[in-house]
Design a protein around this ligand. Structure first.
Ligand code: PEP
Ligand code: MG
Length: 576
């Protein structure tokens, strides 16, 4: 029977495919005594062999697609499963205690894990403990006949169904096979949603219950335009969504005609239309969608994709690649913004009650300046390969900005002394994503070269509504007059000092927000690459003077978000 669920539309498009469940497997079992010892040992041997073959296959695939270094962890896993001390102890346990293989496996591996983990200051032993845990889970799953999901091994077209997807899960999804995803939790500005937009795969998040009562292989429609999920659709529904999918593809083809067009409003005002990226690979999308700049390069993904801190050289190469790839067009590189939903295991951050309000981004960089200096040196060295703009995230106070800028200047002076070329034209700005910085924008504007408004965070902090929490997503209101008022203050303050303001939060590509932001005089819009062309199309229909009136009305006359939406919708109906 067809079942419908509503969630939050996170990435445009319609995907139809078989479900691939990416959920925690149930590996519970009971201790049993066994009489057929030989049979039990054979059962254990079989699970062991299948596990080894599987790990070898994953190893080979990772070596081919990612690299030999990353594949090495799987060699370590195979070694664990070939270690006679461990394996013989498990078999002896089955024989002497006459217990089932599951029990024997867990007892023995548990003992080894405890032993290695107790050697606290020995990182090598800590890693061995993690390896044993990992392979134990795999062998146990085979003993129990339970599937452990492994997204990197997907070899057929599927849609992913998960409770949650972390940014690193999302990065591993193979676009050739993964046609879309749907999750129980998350919001439109969760980083997995943002990544879905840059991968251009349809996604719906925050459904609360999609993982309940769904099985691998069920047919699923993901409507990333309307936020609907349909499980096991009937013929009629399938046909209607097939039609919607075709229409959307046609619409995209029309937008593509604007790829090389200038971004101008109906009355001829030029606006800089930029795209956000997470890695140099995303440049393909930026160029295909005709963006005029990179308005936000989230460098933390460089840190997250690596097993340890990326070296100055690795960072330099990545930044150079992006600057050269943009061929002289501006690139705003944001310094590392770890924290919130972006974890960095090797940084060993403390567990926090409120990670979004905690030790993150510029706060970490100022507390650990060596890491920060490495990044700044790499950026400064890369600056001669294009038009670099450096941006600091999560700035709350002017002192933070001054301190970050001072460190940047120190590194610049050192490089010049070493006779290493550095561009003289680097603009240095901040993300305005903490209300304190927005309120004090008139002071900041005297010292920064530009602002980029990070509405993803600015909205959550202003409304006190977690951007990841679907239960309070009704309060996550980009068009609330309070947010518009803050944005206006930031833009006006920058203009008063002859500076410019961009926006790199998801609101910049939101089709209801765009007319208001044009009216407020926003200079640069940076968004997921997949939103660039539809935004260029919309802007070409807007008159900037009319939009100014619209924005003034929204701020001065509207009292609720509903009134603002109605105001914009009424205006849009008149567009041709
Ligand atoms: C923002 O907060 O708006 C932003 C662009 O940064 P991030 O989404 O990475 O927090
Ligand atoms: Mg942010």
């Amino acid at each position: 029977m067809e079942r419908r669920i509503i969630g939050i539309a996170a990435s445009d498009g319609i995907a139809i495919g078989k479900a691939y469940l990416l959920t925690e497997p149930d590996l519970s079992f009971e201790k049993k005594s066994v009489s057929d010892i030989e049979g039990e040992i054979n059962r254990f041997n079989d699970s062991l062999e299948i596990s080894k073959t599987e790990i070898q296959a994953i190893r080979d695939r990772v070596a081919e697609t990612v690299g030999d270094e990353e594949a090495q962890v799987f060699d370590a896993h195979i070694m664990v499963l070939s270690d006679p001390e461990l394996i013989d102890s498990i078999k002896t346990n089955i024989t002497t205690n006459e217990v089932n293989a599951e029990q024997a496996l867990m007892e023995v591996t548990g003992m080894f894990v405890n032993m290695f983990e107790s050697m606290e200051d020995n990182p090598y032993m800590q890693e061995r403990a993690a390896d044993i845990r990992d392979v134990t889970e795999r062998v146990l799953s085979h003993l129990l006949g339970v599937k452990i999901p492994n997204p990197s091994s997907i070899q057929e077209e599927v849609v992913i169904v998960a409770k949650d997807l972390t940014p690193s899960d999302t990065a591993q999804l193979n676009r050739d096979f993964v046609k879309g995803f749907v999750t129980d939790i998350g919001g439109r500005t969760s980083h997995s949603a943002i990544m879905a937009r840059s991968l251009e795969i349809p996604a719906v998040v925050g459904t609360k219950t999609v993982t309940e009562g769904i099985s691998d292989g069920d047919m699923v429609i993901i409507d990333g335009l309307g936020g609907n999920i349909i499980i096991n659709p009937d013929e009629e529904t399938l046909a209607s969504y097939d039609e919607k999918r075709t229409k959307f593809e046609q619409q995209k083809e029309e937008w593509k005609l604007l790829k090389n067009a200038e971004t101008v409003t109906k009355d001829g005002k030029h606006i800089e239309l930029a795209a956000n990226i997470g890695t140099p690979k995303d440049l393909v999308g930026v160029i295909e969608n005709g963006a005029e700049a990179v308005g936000l390069y989230r460098t933390e993904f460089l840190y997250m994709d690596s097993a340890d801190f990326p070296t100055e050289e690795e960072q330099f190469n990545a930044y150079k690649e992006v600057l050269e790839g943009m061929d002289g067009k501006p690139v705003v590189v944001r310094t590392m913004d770890i924290g919130g939903d972006k974890e960095l295991p090797y940084l060993k951050l403390p567990e926090e009650m409120n990670p979004f309000l905690g030790y993150r981004a510029i706060r970490i960089c100022l507390a650990e300046p060596e890491m920060f200096r490495t990044q700044l040196r790499a950026l400064l060295r890369a600056s001669v390969f294009g038009k670099l703009r450096i941006m600091f995230p999560m700035i709350a106070t002017l002192n933070e900005f001054r301190e970050a800028k001072k460190i940047l200047e120190e590194e610049k002076a050192k490089l010049i002394q070493e006779n290493i070329a550095v561009s003289e034209e680097i603009e240095v700005g901040i993300m305005v994503e903490i209300p304190a910085a927005a309120v004090l924008a008139h002071q900041f504007a005297k010292e920064v070269d530009f602002f980029s408004i990070g509405t993803n965070d600015l909205i959550q902090y202003t409304m006190a509504a977690d951007r990841m929490n679907q239960q309070v997503s009704y309060l996550y209101q980009p068009y609330n007059p309070s947010i518009l008022t803050l944005i206006k203050h930031v833009i006006d303050s920058s203009h008063a000092e002859g500076k410019w303001t961009g926006m790199c939060g998801e609101m910049a590509g939101d089709q209801t927000a765009v007319p208001l932001l044009v009216g407020l005089g926003l200079d640069e819009f940076s968004m997921s690459a997949s939103s660039v062309l539809k935004t260029r199309s919309l802007m070409s229909k807007l008159d900037s003077t009319e939009m100014k009136k619209l924005a003034d009305k929204a701020i001065n006359e509207c009292t609720t978000v509903e009134e603002v939406i109605e105001l914009v919708d009424n205006m849009k109906e008149l567009l041709v």
